[in-house]
Write a protein that binds this ligand. Structure first.
Ligand code: MG
Length: 203
């Protein structure tokens, strides 16, 4: 399976990093080795001093498709999870400055914690789904999928023009404003609505 991550999909987050609001989705990938399941700890990497949290809604592709039309894209996923796109912001800044790919800043081990998946029927309006991240009991990021620049369907249509989407592939759909550093000892708790989805430690 592969993990596709959408960058700059919320206007307020694009602005906080001084990035332009994109006209087309921006995406990159993480390897499956980045996943962390069942609230296991995030082990802080020794090659970065500035790892940031990015809380994101994640969809799971449930059938094979390529060049999927936007109007049919909703048929390609049926479950949603909450994930964190951990980013080594210092390495990413270096990559950006030099015009290099982002993989070392985005795809490292433990960089993709993921919650359990919930069937979308249980979630109400998935196009206006509130979610937030607390660190040590304080809310640091909150958003709603209503503010996505590119909807799930647009993202699926766009990505599948370039690469076939397969059953089990994950799409991290971007983060709202409020990204910031984590440190060893922090406790991260992520929610969709009032439902706690993530609860893990930084070690
Ligand atoms: Mg992200």
């Amino acid at each position: 399976m592969k993990i596709v991550c959408i960058g700059r999909n919320y206007v307020d987050h694009a602005k906080e990093l001084n990035n332009p609001v994109p006209a087309k989705p921006v995406f990159f990938m993480k390897p499956d080795s980045a996943l962390v399941i069942r609230n296991r700890p995030f082990f802080y990497p020794d090659f970065s001093n500035d790892v940031h949290h990015e809380i994101e809604i994640v969809i799971k592709i449930n059938r094979l498709g390529r060049s999927i039309e936007e109007k049919f894209a909703s048929r390609y996923f049926a479950e949603i999870a909450l994930g964190v796109d951990f980013t080594a912001r210092d390495l990413q800044a270096e990559c950006k400055k030099n015009g290099l790919p982002w993989e070392i800043a985005k795809g490292f081990d433990y960089s993709a914690p993921i919650s359990e998946f919930i069937p979308i029927e249980e979630l109400g309006d998935i196009h206006d789904l509130p979610f937030h991240l607390d660190i040590n009991g304080t809310t640091v990021q909150q958003g709603t999928t209503k503010d996505q620049i590119f909807s799930y369907e647009k993202v699926i249509a766009y990505v599948s023009q370039f690469m076939t989407l397969k059953t089990g592939d994950l799409i991290y759909t971007g983060t709202p404003a409020g990204v910031g550093p984590v440190k060893i000892g922090d406790r991260l708790e992520g929610y969709i609505g009032e439902r706690k989805m993530l609860d893990f430690l930084v070690k």
